[in-house]
Design a binder for this molecule. Structure first.
Ligand code: GLU
Length: 551
């Protein structure tokens, strides 16, 4: 009896050698220094801000170095699988504008030479490497039932010993080949465990690209590498996949830091080159007086779909994520206002090793700023696209009134300091419905005039304005000069400074007059530049709105 007999008994259908896979998935033909990174989600539903953060940075480092960013689906935990899980993940990533070079790109679709990229389709590969370890005496079958494992645990707890399957507790490690084979032939259930060469009194050191120097006791646990269903555990699959797919950098959440001793040992036992690790701290949120991890259950804004529904541009979310990822990004962006994230070189050294605090106000501010610098046509197209999905009424209005809409969106835009009105596309309707007669006729009910102006005053002002001081073709200067003239004629101060000095001499100021006009045509006290709004409305629509005001 040899280890080879045992290996053949356990994996009778595995007829390839590990050399076969080593040759099949040959080294990538990339320039020195190119990073190969991946995002490796379990198909459990949607992409959450924390995982997007890892995916975004992993893709960023790969693309910064002309490398490869790929997607691998980690579905070895069949119980956690969710219907359409893969599709939702790919949709969230692509909607967000993350470029996927390789791997899974749809529910049953993948590209690239290093696949399959779905772990459940790689069973033979994992089993081949496990078979090889058994042959070499580096792994063995374990027949312990969960009751036996519980018993071991109880003893360890009572004796305050290290918990787990190791040393003299690792009973199946010491079974003879004959005993192992007999148990298998008797149909006993088993898993495959690594025969850990580690010693807990030894220390292992690793330099994490974000956390810096890390040091742990060596792993001495005989961890499971193949479960009883024949699929690998996450740890084993990670080592095999990242080796065969030639991942150079593993960017992932720091919940995996504690598994590093196991991962390093697997790479060592399997004789694989170590990848570089970059463990990201979780994004935190302020909750009352304390901080906690951003939670997909508690925080609606943890889901990526939240941003799409609100119409917060992807670029703004990315700018925000880069701000929390690299401490020098904000300053860089301020001095390169026309630059894009692609021009900025991400640096692992500048990532904070403690979790960044998620600041929605900051994200919205970035978004406001970003939207304010879009050209009028681009903003129109972006809102149109967004509305097609999330606001069909607005979509129709944008189609029917394209020219007026673009003119409105252009008010105080495309200049050095543009207006910053909207943090999201969903706010635009609330701030522009009055530009559409279809909405105005139904919605114009409440007019809040300046305090010192009664409805009668307002009617007098607007009638006089339209009959004597308004002309459709006036330039802005002419228009303003006439407004002033009208103020003077009605006893309102056309000069604010003068008004402030001698308030009692006037009925009010030019501000009251212009706001009265503004309210009559828009119902609102604050709007973008009034002259431009009147220009878009034109005399006929203005007259109709005066009738609506008077009714
Ligand atoms: N499948 C693991 C997860 O869902 C990926 C961890 C890794 O990136 O190595 O978190």
């Amino acid at each position: 009896m040899t280890n080879k007999d045992l290996a053949n008994l356990i994996f009778p259908n595995i007829d390839k050698s590990i050399d076969y896979y080593e040759n099949l998935y040959a080294e990538r033909d990339l320039k020195e220094g190119s990073i190969v990174s991946r995002f490796a989600p379990s198909p459990t539903g949607f992409v959450h801000m924390g995982s997007l953060f890892s995916a975004f940075l992993a893709s960023k480092v790969a693309h910064d170095t002309n490398g490869i960013f790929y997607i691998r689906i980690e579905d070895t935990d069949q119980e956690r699988k969710v219907e359409n899980g893969v599709e939702n993940i790919i949709r969230d990533l692509t909607n967000f504008g993350i470029d996927i070079d390789e791997g899974v790109v749809g529910e049953n679709e993948e590209i690239g030479k290093y696949g399959p990229y779905v772990q459940s389709k790689r069973r033979d590969i994992y089993q081949c490497y496990a078979k090889d370890l058994i042959e070499k005496g580096l792994a063995y079958p374990c027949f312990c039932s969960s009751a036996e494992l519980d018993e071991i645990r109880n003893i360890q707890e009572v004796n305050k010993e290290e918990i787990g399957y190791y040393g003299s507790f690792a009973k199946c490690r010491y079974l003879s080949l004959e005993e192992q084979i007999k148990k298998i032939e008797n149909g006993e259930k088993y898993v495959i465990r690594l025969k850990s060469p580690g010693d807990i009194s030894h220390r292992v050191k690793i330099k994490d690209l974000i956390k810096g120097e890390l040091e742990f006791p060596e792993n001495n646990l005989d961890i499971v590498i193949i479960k009883s269903d024949g699929l690998p555990t996450y740890h084993f699959a990670h080592a095999i996949d990242d080796h065969l797919m030639h991942t150079t950098h593993i960017v992932r959440g720091d919940e995996w830091v504690s598994s590093l001793p196991v991962h390093l040992q697997l790479f060592q036992v399997l004789n694989f080159k170590f990848p570089k690790y970059a463990h990201l701290s979780p994004i935190m949120v302020q909750d009352g007086n304390s901080k906690r991890k951003l939670s997909k259950r508690k925080d609606a804004y943890a889901a990526i779909s939240y941003y799409h529904e609100l119409g917060i541009p992807n670029e703004a979310v990315k700018l925000y994520l880069m701000t929390i990822a690299n401490s020098n990004f904000e300053a860089w962006y301020q001095s390169n206002p026309n630059g894009t994230i692609d021009d900025f070189k991400f640096d692992f050294k500048k990532v904070s090793s403690s979790g960044s605090l998620f600041d929605m106000d900051k994200l919205l501010n970035i978004s406001k700023n970003y939207i304010s610098y879009l050209s009028k046509e681009e903003l129109y197209e972006r809102v149109l696209q967004w509305a097609q999905k999330y606001d069909t009424e607005l979509y129709q209005l944008y189609i029917d009134h394209k020219e007026d809409t673009i003119a409105f969106l252009n008010i105080e835009r495309e200049r050095k300091k543009p207006r910053k009105d909207y943090a999201s596309f969903s706010e635009i309707k609330e701030n522009s419905w009055y530009m559409y007669d279809e909405l105005f006729d139904a919605k114009a009910k409440e007019y809040i005039l300046p305090e010192n102006i009664s409805k009668e005053d307002a009617i007098d002002i607007i009638d006089l304005y339209l009959s004597k001081y308004y002309s459709e073709n006036d330039s802005e200067d002419e228009w303003f000069a006439k407004m002033k003239e009208m103020c003077d004629s009605l006893g309102y101060a056309s000069n604010i400074k003068e008004y402030k000095e001698n308030k009692e001499q006037f009925k009010g100021s030019i501000v009251d007059i212009s706001n009265t006009i503004r309210v009559i045509f828009t119902t609102k006290m604050t709007t973008p530049n009034l002259y431009d709004i009147l220009k878009i409305l034109g005399a006929n629509r203005m007259k109709k709105r005066i009738d609506i005001f008077k009714r």
